[in-house]
Design a protein around this ligand. Structure first.
Ligand code: ADP
Length: 382
């Protein structure tokens, strides 16, 4: 993985497990954003506590890094229960799940990440486990085969998925609570960064968190990672404080662009624009063009581009919007602005700074770059 791919990776990097645990909110009150889901879960937890019952089974969906594991941990804490964590692909055989289920204590939370990747045989074991708190175990084979019903202690199942559509309906129907987590607003990400900075003991000046939040792709995991990179940069190249200027310099150096798009996002967009004249084009065709898996694109790339309005989905396929063209031109202009002295500083380029608040839009540069690019494209297309 290149360094740029690592810095914007949506999945946790191997060395991040420890720090993610340290930064993970432990109670509902500490969990920033996702207000609808949090308020509804608060009611469910309180009701279950009053009845002295385990919480109903919960299904959480949403792109990676948005806080599904965190919410599962919080629910276990709020219910004063243990959490047992596993993932769909690691439960290969029925016996793997049986072992876990029979060892659960009352009200324990069983968290299954990537639940849409559960093998069929394991999934079928889950149905009675979730519904009646029992599992059916088949002993012997052929004529001697008999089924033994093993009772389980009442527990809460929390499933997380990036692809809710891939869950079979019998499994989906066994969850009583369903929440979809969406990308975070700049305001929420700023709050998360400020919280993490105080846990890590990183001094942060006004505007520093906002500057990082703008490039974090709406994702807390990326926000926390960028914060740690900026903190290192501030310690080595400045006086240790994360100011907006230091954040911008550090993230520019890391290759994180102003919109927070990574290389895969940009390849996805340029494939639609360059190879399919802006679309509409099917996901499989884009996947083949950029040599990636359609599933990865649907799970981790497309949701953010849809969210920021760079791509729209229609019955005939995906289309790049005018905002995507403008955004890419802005990125190209931004990329060259350090190398070509006049770029980004032409009369007509807007740059307003008021205290911690900055607005930068190189209007004239964008116009010139887009005219030049259009001319080049039409020349090469001939
Ligand atoms: P997912 O399971 O959806 O991939 P995680 O729950 O592992 O995501 O979240 C990744 C990191 O992001 C966590 O370590 C946590 O520090 C941070 N995080 C996620 N959601 C929030 C939130 N709402 N408030 C504060 N921090 C969060």
């Amino acid at each position: 993985m290149t360094d740029e791919a690592r810095v914007m990776s949506r999945v946790a990097l191997p060395e991040e497990t420890q720090v993610e645990r340290q930064l993970r909110p432990q109670r509902l009150d500490e969990y920033v954003g996702q207000r609808a889901a949090v308020e509804s879960l608060r009611v469910s937890v309180e009701a279950a506590r009053r009845r002295g019952e385990p919480l109903d089974h919960v299904l959480l969906s949403g792109p990676p890094g948005l806080g599904k594991t965190t919410l599962a941990t919080i629910m276990a804490n709020e219910m004063q229960a243990n959490i047992i964590t596993t993932a769909g692909p690691s439960l290969e055989r029925g016996a793997d799940l049986m072992g876990i289920l029979t060892n659960l204590a009352e009200k324990d939370v069983l968290f299954i990440d990537e639940i849409h990747r559960l093998p069929r045989v394991v999934e079928e074991l889950l149905y009675p486990a979730m519904e009646d708190f029992s599992v059916n175990f088949v002993m012997d084979k052929g004529l001697n085969a008999r089924t033994i019903r093993i009772p389980l202690r009442p527990f809460t199942m929390v499933g997380a998925t990036t692809r809710p559509g891939m869950l079979s309906s019998p499994l989906r129907e066994r969850f009583g609570i369903f929440h979809h987590l969406d990308f975070y607003s700049g305001e929420d990400l700023t709050a998360i960064i400020n919280r993490s900075a105080s846990i890590l003991g990183a001094p942060i000046a006004p505007g520093g968190a906002e500057a990082i939040a703008r490039r974090a792709r709406g994702t807390p995991r990326i926000a926390n990672r960028l914060l740690r990179r900026v903190r290192d940069y501030a310690q080595v190249k400045a006086d240790g404080t994360v100011t907006p200027e230091v954040a911008v310099r550090a993230l520019d150096q890391e290759g994180v662009d102003e919109i927070g798009l990574d290389r895969l996002d940009r390849r996805f967009l340029t494939a639609i624009i360059e190879n399919y004249k802006g679309g509409p084009v099917g996901l499989d065709a884009i996947a083949a063009t950029i040599n990636d898996e359609a599933e990865t694109l649907a799970e981790v790339v497309e949701p953010f581009l849809l969210k920021i309005g760079y791509v729209v989905r229609s019955p005939t396929g995906r289309r790049a919007t005018a905002a995507a063209y403008a955004g890419l031109v802005l990125l190209v202009a931004g990329h060259f602005s350090g190398k070509v002295p006049w770029l980004g500083r032409l009369p007509g380029d807007i740059h307003i700074q008021r205290g911690s608040w900055t607005f930068y839009f190189p209007l004239a540069t964008c116009l010139i770059v887009s005219v030049v690019l259009t001319l080049l494209f039409s020349l090469f297309r001939r």
